[in-house]
Design a protein around this ligand. Sequence first.
Ligand SMILES: [Zn+2]
Length: 253
Amino acid sequence: MKKFLLLIILISLFCFFKENVANGTQIFATPNATTETPQEETIKSLQKKIDDVIPQINLSARSEQTKTAQIYGITLEELQIKTNKLRDLQITYQQHKTTLEKNKTLLLEIQTMKETVRVRFAPSPTGIPHIGNTRTALFNWLFARQNGGQFIVRFEDTDRKRYRPEAEEKILEILEFLGLNWDEGPKVGGPCGPYFQSQRLELYRQTAEELVQKGVAYYCFCSPQRLESLRKDQKEREQIPRYDRHCLSLSKK
Ligand SMILES: [Zn+2]
């Protein structure tokens, strides 16, 4: 009876959200790519300034310098000042150009992201999924389908103490029953596997080591007990629980 009731609730929730969310309004606005960005205008005006300061000629040779100074009726010192100004402008020009190119790449990335909404459902196989998990899956699935994206399932199976192998099958069964088909994940595979968190440990270890080598991360040798009592202390003092950087100054030894 309990199971039957749960099923009815699930189905009505499913129908309700499918109606109301799948047909809802678009959530993201497409970034507007204008033909000319402000940076491009800046570059153009800088180029004009460069042209105004001095014509584009090779001023490295002494004879050329004298000739140019004569043509413009200025002294060599004045020419030097103008040449320096030109060099400064060229540096600014180059900086703006680099920024513009970076922005263009960023814009392209954002547009690509827009085209590929990727949502991940990450159930923990610690028992039979409850309605909250299923609701999360439903919302993810609807969002992916509405935006023409992908719905990905990846098992969050690193809590080995509470892990129950039979739960994995149950979770997938429920998704299948509700028709929440996944584009990538267990059974179907995909380009970003493995889709079991526990099998990704090596990937994370490699990335963590890379970060340490770059000097933006450091090893922590604290015992779980120390971290636990730290958290407890902070909570008692009504502080936000966080790591106290105890091991920041320790060497790798
Ligand atoms: Zn530590």
